[in-house]
Design a protein. Structure first.
Length: 410
C-alpha cells in the first residue's frame, strides 16, 4: 500500500492513522497546531460518546422554531446571517432534510456508527480515560418529557438501553443533587472521554506504532498532476504521499477547495465552561435536553457545554452565549453552588446539513474523513476504521454510501 498523508490531527485524523497503520500503511499526520491543543475541536468539549444523541441536527421540529431560535443570539442554535453563498446553500439543504423520514434514516446510520465506535473505545481506552457509568437526559417541562417517553420503545428496539426516571428516582440515582425537572431518561451506555487527555494518549500510541506526527505544520497548497496530488506544500516543507486524507475538521472545506472539491460543510461554534469544585454537581454526565446543554463531571471540575452557532470561522467568545449556558444550568440545577471558572473555550465543529460525515474517496488519490459535527468523538473511531478499509481494499463493515462525497442530495 502507498504511503498515506493525513491532514488533520484531531480525533478523526488520528483514528484514520490508527487503522491505516494497523493495516500496514506508512502514515504521516500533519496538524496545524499541537495535537489536542486549543485549536482542536476535541480540546475543550464535553467528550460525550456512547449510544445517546444519534439524532441529526435536521429534525422535523427545527423549522417550527423559526425566528425564535435561529435569529436569537442567546438561543441554543443561532445563525449569523450573512451574504455567504456556501452558508445559504447549506441552510437550504438543511431545511429540506427536516422531515421525519430523513431524520429517521439518518438516526439509524448514526446510531450504528456510535455503537461500533463505543465498542472500539472500550477495547482501546485505558483506565480513567473512558468513563461509562451511564448518562442522564433531563427534561424540565412535562411536554418535553412526554415527547421523549414516546421515543423510548423505538429506540429500545434499536438497541439503546433507555429507562424512564421520575424526579424521585433521579434523586436516588444522583443523591444530594437537586434537579428542577419533570422527568428524565437514563441510558446505561452513556459514556464520556476525558479530553484533551484522550487525544494525547492516542497520539502517543500512534507514535509507538511508527506513525510520524508533524505538529504545528500548516498545509499551504498542493502540487497536482491531473487528479493526482504529487506534493503537499506545508509550513515545514514539501511532503509526498501516495494517498492524501483530508481530516482537518472545520478547515477541511477550505483545504478541499484547493483541490477542486466542494464540501457542504459549515463550522458550528460550540462553547464550554469548566468550573472548579462546584457543590451539588451530578456524578454522571447529564444532558439538559430542552436547553441543549451537556454537563460532564471531571473529578474536581465540572464542564458545561452547549450552543451551535453558524457564524463562520471565528472562535471569538460571546459573553451572551456563555451566560445562556449558565442560565440553563441554574434553571435545571438550582442548588449548584457558585464556583470559580477555570476555562471558557469555544471550538468549531465541522457540520454537514445531513449530520453525516464525508468518508471515502473523493477524487484521484484524495480521500475525506471530515464533517463529524457535534458528535465527532462518538463517530470517529468507526469512521477511521471504515476509511482504512476503503483505502486498503478490505471489506467495509459499514455501508459507505451514506458517507460518500457524491451521495445523492435531498
Amino acid at each position: 500500500m502507498p504511503d498515506v498523508l493525513v491532514i488533520g490531527g484531531g480525533v478523526a485524523g488520528l483514528f484514520c492513522a490508527y487503522y491505516l497503520r494497523t493495516a500496514g500503511a506508512t502514515v504521516t499526520v500533519v496538524e496545524r497546531g499541537p495535537i489536542g491543543g486549543p485549536q482542536s475541536c476535541s480540546h475543550g468539549n464535553t467528550g460525550f460518546v456512547g449510544t445517546q444523541g444519534s439524532a441529526p441536527l435536521a429534525e422535523p421540529g427545527v423549522p417550527a422554531m423559526g425566528l425564535r431560535w435561529l435569529l436569537n443570539p442567546s438561543s441554543p442554535f443561532f445563525v449569523k446571517l450573512r451574504p455567504d453563498p456556501a452558508l445559504i446553500a447549506w441552510l437550504w439543504r438543511f431545511r429540506r432534510l427536516c422531515t421525519a423520514p430523513a431524520a429517521a434514516a439518518t438516526s439509524r446510520v448514526l446510531l450504528d456508527m456510535k455503537q461500533r465506535s463505543l465498542a472500539i473505545l472500550r477495547d482501546l481506552c485505558g483506565p480513567g480515560t473512558l468513563t461509562a457509568d451511564g448518562m442522564v437526559i433531563a427534561y424540565r417541562t412535562p411536554e418535553g418529557f412526554d415527547r421523549a417517553r414516546r421515543t423510548v420503545p423505538q429506540l429500545s428496539s434499536y438497541g439503546v438501553p433507555l429507562r424512564e426516571l421520575s424526579p424521585g428516582e433521579l434523586s436516588e440515582l444522583e443523591p444530594g443533587v437537586e434537579f428542577d425537572i419533570s422527568g428524565a431518561l437514563y441510558n446505561e451506555e452513556g459514556a464520556y472521554l476525558r479530553v484533551p487527555e484522550f487525544l494525547g494518549e492516542l497520539a502517543d500510541r500512534l507514535a509507538g506504532m511508527g506513525v510520524e506526527l508533524l505538529e504545528s505544520t500548516e498545509v499551504l497548497g498542493f502540487e497536482t498532476a491531473g487528479r493526482q496530488v504529487r506534493r503537499v506544500r506545508t509550513s515545514r516543507g514539501d511532503l509526498r504521499a501516495g494517498e492524501i486524507v483530508v481530516a482537518a475538521g472545520a478547515w477541511s472545506a477550505a483545504i478541499a477547495r484547493r483541490l477542486g472539491l466542494r464540501l457542504m460543510l459549515q463550522p458550528a461554534k460550540g462553547y464550554t465552561i469548566t468550573l472548579k469544585n462546584p457543590g451539588g454537581a451530578p456524578r454522571r454526565p447529564v444532558l439538559l435536553s430542552e436547553g441543549k446543554v451537556a454537563i460532564t463531571p471531571l473529578g474536581d471540575r465540572l464542564r458545561l457545554g452547549g450552543t451551535l452557532e453558524l457564524s463562520g470561522m471565528s472562535t471569538t467568545i460571546s459573553p451572551r452565549r456563555v451566560e445562556g449556558i449558565l442560565r440553563t444550568v441554574r434553571a435545571h440545577l438550582p442548588a449548584l453552588s457558585p464556583a470559580a471558572t477555570m476555562e471558557t473555550w469555544s471550538g468549531l465543529r465541522p457540520c454537514t446539513p445531513d449530520s453525516l460525515p464525508y468518508i471515502g474517496r473523493a477524487s484521484g488519490n484524495v480521500s475525506l474523513a471530515c464533517g463529524h459535527g457535534h458528535i465527532g468523538l462518538g463517530l470517529a473511531p468507526a469512521g477511521g476504521r471504515l476509511l482504512a478499509q476503503l483505502l486498503t481494499g478490505a471489506a467495509p463493515d459499514l455501508d459507505p454510501e451514506p458517507f460518500s462525497y457524491r451521495r445523492r442530495p435531498v
